[in-house]
Design a protein around this ligand. Structure first.
Ligand SMILES: *[C@@H]1O[C@H](CO)[C@@H](O)[C@H](O)[C@H]1NC(C)=O
Length: 355
């Protein structure tokens, strides 16, 4: 059989239906309820069901006046998210998820996307995990993968982002045990640092897994984020706009990472550089440490033998243990799922515990 005959034959077998599951555009004035369910949580456990002045996700504009779904979360509050595809996902499917957003604030541990497991995590179903997430650490956005509820959320891809800048993400998830993941950022297909490939084999199905968009964790500061488009479908073409595919590539202007360049010093995390105020090392960019409330270059050259603990992570509670970034969610704190515990800690028998 000649190749083109084979291709015709294959094409005839393809179902022709691209199915757009979510197609939200703030510029079109679409009601955000087309994304899914609004999840608002004030103090942990205090869920509310409609927007308030301190906690909301509603149509508005970004600081430049561009129409956007504006997420606002007061300092200390837990979440403002839209939960899409509730009870609509299934195994062995490929979901294309496009997400165009900008950030008023970039905060340690702020999570702006979850593909969250709601069922089938462990024998008791109690240990929720987040197989895929987009979370900030030291000013870098990480795409993280968590293999199961006893595992850490491991970064697979990272990029330093800035506030007040529009970014486009495209997350392709094939649900399975294992399934796989591919990732686009600003219209370009990305290579995972772990697999060294554009595809990551991943457990993406435990029985019920669904995407959430908005603001979770990182609650030590007020959060504002802005979402322009969310598209979900079964073909790449369903997410062209939200994932920044298609038109974007021609410009060539911004994409080339000028990162290396001459940009000053080692500080990547704007607003968290030397001299910025801080309450813990997590507030300071890169290698900077928090000394007397200010981000500062680590000693290194000078003689001073740092008396500051090079503490082993075992040291519990006390002030801020080195390994725990999320105050009140550290080892020993009570929890109902892994989502309640800082960083790598897992929820075991109702307490956050080292994995
Ligand atoms: C999404 O909606 C816009 C109009 O708001 C439309 O032009 C576009 O074709 C839709 N995309 C898909 C994949 O259905």
């Amino acid at each position: 059989m000649q190749l083109h005959h084979l291709l015709y034959a294959l094409a005839a077998l393809q179902p022709v239906m691209a199915t757009s599951l979510v197609n939200f555009s703030a510029a079109n004035g679409d009601n955000p309820s087309t994304i899914g369910m609004l999840n608002l949580e004030e103090a942990r456990g205090d869920k509310i069901y409609s927007n308030t002045a301190d906690l909301y996700a509603k149509l508005g504009t970004d600081p430049n006046g561009t129409p956007a779904l504006h997420y606002h979360r007061k300092e200390g509050y837990i979440r403002a998210e839209y939960h899409a595809l509730h009870k609509k996902t299934s195994e062995d499917q490929t979901y294309y998820i496009g997400y165009k957003f900008s950030l008023g604030t970039i905060e340690q541990s702020l999570m702006i996307f979850q593909f969250k497991a709601f069922e089938g995590n462990d024998a008791a179903d109690g240990g929720a995990n987040i197989p895929l997430s987009l979370e900030f650490k030291s000013g870098q956005l990480h795409l993280q993968y968590q293999a199961d509820f006893t595992s850490k959320r491991d970064p697979q891809w990272s990029k330093t982002l800035s506030t007040d800048t529009v970014y486009s993400a495209g997350i392709v998830i094939h649900t399975g045990k294992p399934g796989w993941v591919e990732f686009y950022f600003d219209g370009e297909k990305q290579t995972f640092s772990t697999s060294q490939s554009t595809r990551l084999e991943a457990n993406t199905w435990t029985g019920q897994e669904e995407p959430k968009f908005g603001a979770y964790r990182g609650e030590v500061v007020e959060i504002n984020t802005y979402v322009y488009n969310i598209q979900i479908g079964t073909e790449l073409s369903d997410i062209e706009e939200a994932a920044g595919l298609g038109s974007s590539s021609s410009s060539g202007s911004s994409s080339s990472s000028s990162s290396g360049g001459g940009s000053s010093t080692s500080c990547e995390w704007e607003g968290h550089c030397a001299g910025a105020s801080c309450s813990s090392m997590d507030d300071c960019s890169g290698d900077l440490v928090c000394k007397s409330g200010k981000c500062t270059e680590a000693a290194g050259s000078s003689s001073s033998s740092s008396s500051s603990s090079s503490s082993s992570s075992s040291s519990s509670s006390g002030g801020s243990s080195a390994s725990c970034e999320w105050e009140g969610h550290c080892a020993g704190a009570s929890c109902s799922s892994m989502n309640d515990c800082s960083g790598d800690l897992v929820c075991k028998s109702g307490k956050c515990t080292s994995a």
